[in-house]
Design a protein around this ligand. Structure first.
Ligand SMILES: *[C@@H]1O[C@H](CO)[C@@H](O)[C@H](O)[C@H]1NC(C)=O
Ligand SMILES: *[C@@H]1O[C@H](CO)[C@@H](O)[C@H](O)[C@H]1NC(C)=O
Ligand SMILES: *[C@@H]1O[C@H](CO)[C@@H](O)[C@H](O)[C@H]1NC(C)=O
Ligand SMILES: *[C@@H]1O[C@H](CO)[C@@H](O)[C@H](O)[C@H]1NC(C)=O
Ligand SMILES: *[C@@H]1O[C@H](CO)[C@@H](O)[C@H](O)[C@H]1NC(C)=O
Ligand SMILES: CC(=O)N[C@H]1CO[C@H](CO)[C@@H](O)[C@@H]1O
Length: 446
């Protein structure tokens, strides 16, 4: 079972009974289903549509469709692989290419595209020649998230398969998908009702001969990724800033000779080969999301959301941030980001998805000298007077994701408190519940 492991949910609930209920809810959601509760239907579907028979095989269109709301495929793009069960040969391919041709000496070497038993396919680059293109190809393997840009949430290519001794087709096996890193598991292909499409004359509906589909799902447990992001908090009513938890994404190595991060003094002298090196911080995360409660008006409250990039050699193109907060259930306005709210039926809290404005801040730039790259917006949230409160950390986010990866949150007892009131809100029982929860988690590990 592939699950994703997350820290404790950061809901500070005033009554401890409610807190325990939430923890139980959390356990049920996370450990029995093992999907992302904020995107329960997310997956990448691979579809093979066979639309033409050939004397020795068939012609097929393969479509990679991303149904993840906020998980995209970034540079260097996807790689799709499978294993043929017969002696199939890919005679031609348009809209993509097989990385290796393999041993085609049994055929006419000049015309066979790939004779590998386990071909690996990649998208073409945007500059591909018109005769090699298909409708949804040639973006260098980049695929947008479904919640952000549906038009670009798919990639497709066509291939001519032969050497089957007749107009036949056999499902390939063992599909693999890199998007671009590991973490995806693809189920076996299965027969589906044939895909229907409208002919150029829109009034007529046509259908392919045969359709096979496989669903690939992502697990950061399988991807074995260290966290890449953390959350810090501040408010207008308390001058204390709650930093990211120390060592959220790793710790600074004690050994001074090992370069695990770059401190300010050195960042100017080293200019090249900075890929994946971050600025030295206590959290060591490449990305930090900061939530600042800026104003409290009669009917509205205002938050400033800032995303900072501490990498010296990575720009995040088409970045996105997901924030879960009950306040997003009311109408919200944001100024410098593009965004939408995601309806999640299974969770009471509302979820907002933000991304950059085209040509303005859709690239989260790398750090330069002592300045992290950053994008920021203010968010104006309408108040529901029955639930709004500055007490008990209600006004802080419950969960934050950057590019689909969970961000490490500070522990509730470190949240900036209201002046003179932070000490007597029943935190006494919290450590106990925490210990209980952790032992539960250890039990589940075993
Ligand atoms: C697919 O993988 C399974 C398990 O590793 C293996 O038994 C099977 O032979 C593979 N299929 C092909 C066509 O290689
Ligand atoms: C390539 O395939 C041919 C025909 O199947 C075979 O005779 C030859 O040994 C293969 N070459 C290599 C290097 O595998
Ligand atoms: C693209 O087209 C050119 C010219 O028709 C051809 O030589 C080349 O092999 C094609 N590339 C791919 C990946 O199909
Ligand atoms: C990031 O973007 C900046 C500005 O466009 C550019 O100068 C820099 O080379 C980019 N960095 C990488 C690693 O591509
Ligand atoms: C906001 O995002 C949508 C979907 O990707 C896009 O069509 C629209 O142009 C974006 N708006 C701006 C101002 O970037
Ligand atoms: C009991 C207590 O913590 N009192 C503090 C309330 O806040 C003021 C101003 O911040 C302090 O001066 C008090 O000591």
């Amino acid at each position: 079972m592939a699950c994703s492991w997350e820290r404790l949910p950061i809901a500070v609930i005033s009554s401890s009974v409610e807190y325990i209920r939430q923890v139980i809810l959390f356990l049920t959601v996370h450990f029995s289903h093992c999907y992302d509760p904020l995107d329960p239907d997310g997956s990448i579907t691979i579809t093979f549509d066979i639309y033409q028979w050939r004397p020795d095989g068939y012609e097929a269109m393969v479509t990679v469709q991303n149904f993840y709301q906020y998980r995209h495929v970034e540079k260097p793009g996807w790689k799709l692989g499978w294993t043929w069960t017969q002696n199939e040969v890919i005679w031609t391919m348009t809209g993509a290419l097989a990385l290796r041709q393999g041993n085609c000496s049994a055929f006419n070497v000049q015309t066979a595209h790939s004779c590998k038993r386990d071909p690996v396919i990649v998208d073409l680059m945007p500059e591909a020649l018109p005769e090699n293109r298909t409708e949804n190809c040639c973006r260098g393997g980049l695929v947008s998230a479904w919640g952000i840009d549906r038009r670009r949430s798919l990639s497709s290519f066509e291939m001519l398969i032969g050497n089957l001794g007749g107009p036949r087709s056999y499902m390939p096996e063992n599909l693999t998908f890199l998007g671009p890193g590991p973490g995806y598991t693809c189920g076996p292909l299965a027969d589906f009702p044939p895909t229907v499409f409208s002919s150029t004359d829109v009034r007529r509906e046509m259908q392919v001969f045969r359709t096979w589909k496989s669903t690939c799902t992502y697990s950061n447990f399988l991807a074995n990724k260290v966290p890449i992001c953390c959350v810090s908090l501040s408010t207008f009513y308390n001058s204390d800033v709650t930093p990211c938890p120390t060592c959220s994404c790793g710790c600074r190595l004690a050994d001074k000779n090992t370069l695990s991060c770059i401190s300010n003094e050195f960042s100017t002298s080293l200019s090249t080969e900075l890929d994946h090196l971050v600025r030295c911080t206590d959290h060591m995360c490449p990305v930090r999301v900061h939530w600042h409660i800026k104003n409290n008006y009669k009917e509205y409250w205002r938050v400033k959301l800032t995303v900072s990039n501490y990498n010296f050699g990575t720009n995040y193109t088409d970045w996105n941030v997901v924030v879960q907060h009950p306040g997003f259930g009311q109408s919200i306005e944001y100024y410098s980001f593009n965004g939408t709210t995601l309806g999640t039926i299974r969770l009471a809290d509302e979820v907002a998805l933000f991304w950059g404005l085209t040509f303005y801040n859709d690239v989260l730039l790398q750090a330069v000298e002592d300045q992290p790259g950053s994008v920021t917006t203010e968010i104006l949230l309408h108040k529901d007077l029955n639930t709004f409160t500055l007490e008990n950390g209600w006004a802080f986010p419950r969960r934050v994701y950057f590019n689909g990866e969970n961000c490490e949150m500070p522990m509730p007892d470190n949240f900036p408190g209201l002046p003179n009131s932070s000490s007597n809100h029943g935190y006494g029982i919290l450590p106990l519940i925490l210990a209980l929860f952790l032992s539960f988690k250890i039990l589940l590990w075993l």
